[in-house]
Design a protein around this ligand. Sequence first.
Ligand SMILES: [Zn+2]
Length: 119
Amino acid sequence: MNDLERKGSVKDIIKREQELLDEGRPEKEILQLLEDEFEEKRIEKVGEENNSNEPNPNCPECKSKNVAWIFYGYPGDMEWYLEAIAKKEIAPGGCTVTDHDPKWRCNDCYHGWRKRDDD
Ligand SMILES: [Zn+2]
């Protein structure tokens, strides 16, 4: 359990573990699910911090202000994720992260870029 305790509060994990036990899942599957879910929660938190710390820049191609921050990884909160995509606040970036991924996506001309100046 030591690995799991680092990823979320022990109380959250125990509560979730009880829910999964009630559903009648095998213990091995429960541990894997807990590990996945609490890791996702951590990724989501990091994403939200990145999003709020930086105001949306203008598109360098068409100068539009209608740009979306590209979300990488798997969202822990699917409802928030789909809503943010619908509002064009974020764009889905997929689960694979490399060094040259764009950070921003223009909603008008679909140009993708990474603004490094303010980093
Ligand atoms: Zn543009």
